[in-house]
Design a protein around this ligand. Structure first.
Ligand code: CUA
Length: 342
């Protein structure tokens, strides 16, 4: 091969590689990392991307060179030369990709194994998913776990999440943490996360779980150890600590249960329209021949019994008589009764 040809091919390769690199680097393909696991996922991503850019540059250079150099004249009707393979070349283009693909799978396997390992003494937090809300249970030495509607995690400490679903399949994902796992009814799945940045993030449900799926989010806050202890104390001190946290007042239950994901209710400041609005239920109760309190109670535990006009059935979970205690249910009913207009 002449030196001129090699120089031209190198130029095409550098151009193609530069364009591909700019596309890879200038577009923010991944969210900024906020966990050790996401750092490893990023490493795997870039390891693979660099290999791909290299292969792309070589292939693009050879194709461009050949298309320009060996182009046939428009009136050239002759057959091409009878070329018959090249054993050396075939060995190279089989062996090199085999080595690269093996390297990618080894790196991926190591990252998967490490990302699944929360170490010997992780902080254990239970995650419960239901249409369309998340709840988080913190271990409590003196009894029942402490429930929160917000996930608060100490920075730089390995956490092991145990995921449960109450109704259908949901999926737990915090983009900045990288890790993702389904929450499946009847089984327990786990997820290891070691947050590395103090800040606020969101849990996003990534499994289509019903009409309110898009609204199924919860706040995640990563704090320093001191703030984490303060959070635990607030949680242990009981309800009314902070909005969005689990508790026993009607408003807290409304928020933690995710009612606002589907229903408009002025006192709670929600305006979703998946289900009927809850601000003016007197008429509906009268039609049902029930007093307001009984009607609201029935609508929560047995939503299919009387469907509001213009709304379809099989949307609202039928699990609230099991997922809420009697006291919580009463508090929620009272909250709705007191929030009626007029
Ligand atoms: Cu839960 Cu989508």
């Amino acid at each position: 091969m002449r030196r001129g040809s090699i120089v031209r091919m190198v130029i095409y390769g550098v151009l193609a590689g530069t364009v591909a690199s700019l596309i890879a680097v200038l577009i923010p393909w991944l969210p900024p990392s906020a966990s050790e696991q996401m750092d490893r996922i990023e490493f795997t991503f870039w390891f693979t991307t660099v290999i791909c850019i290299g292969i792309f540059a070589i292939v693009a250079a050879i194709i461009t060179y050949c298309v320009l150099k060996f182009r046939a004249a428009p009136d050239d009707e002759r057959d091409g030369p009878p070329v018959h393979g090249h054993t050396g070349l075939e060995i190279v283009w089989t062996a090199v990709p085999a080595v690269l693909v093996t390297a990618i799978s080894v790196v991926s396997a190591i990252v998967l194994a490490k990302n699944d390992d929360a170490g010997d003494n992780p902080l254990r937090v239970g995650v419960t998913a239901q249409q369309f809300a998340w709840a988080f249970d913190y271990p409590n030495e003196d009894g029942e776990p402490l429930r929160s509607g917000e996930l608060v995690l100490p920075v730089n400490r390995p956490v092991k999440l145990t995921l449960h679903a109450q109704d259908v399949i949901h999926s737990f994902w915090v983009p900045e943490f990288g890790q993702k796992s389904d929450a499946v009814p009847g089984i327990e799945t786990t997820l290891a996360i070691t947050p590395t940045k103090v800040g606020s993030f969101s849990v996003v449900c990534t499994e289509l779980c019903g009409l309110g799926h898009a609204t199924m989010r919860a706040a995640v806050t990563v704090v320093n150890e001191q703030d984490y202890q303060a959070f635990l104390e607030r949680l242990a001190a009981g309800p009314a600590a902070e909005p969005g946290q689990g508790g026993d007042t009607g408003e807290e239950i409304f928020t933690a249960t995710g009612c606002g994901s589907c229903h408009a209710f002025e006192p709670a400041g929600t305006d979703a329209q998946v289900g009927p609005p809850l601000d003016d239920l007197a008429g509906a109760a009268e039609n049902a021949g029930l007093d307001l309190e009984a009607f609201i109670h029935e609508s929560i535990v047995d939503p299919e019994k009387r469907l509001a006009e213009g709304f379809q059935g099989d949307v609202m979970p039928k699990t609230y008589d099991r997922s809420l205690t009697d006291e919580q249910l009463d508090a929620l009913v009272q909250y709705l009764v007191e929030g009626q207009r007029g």
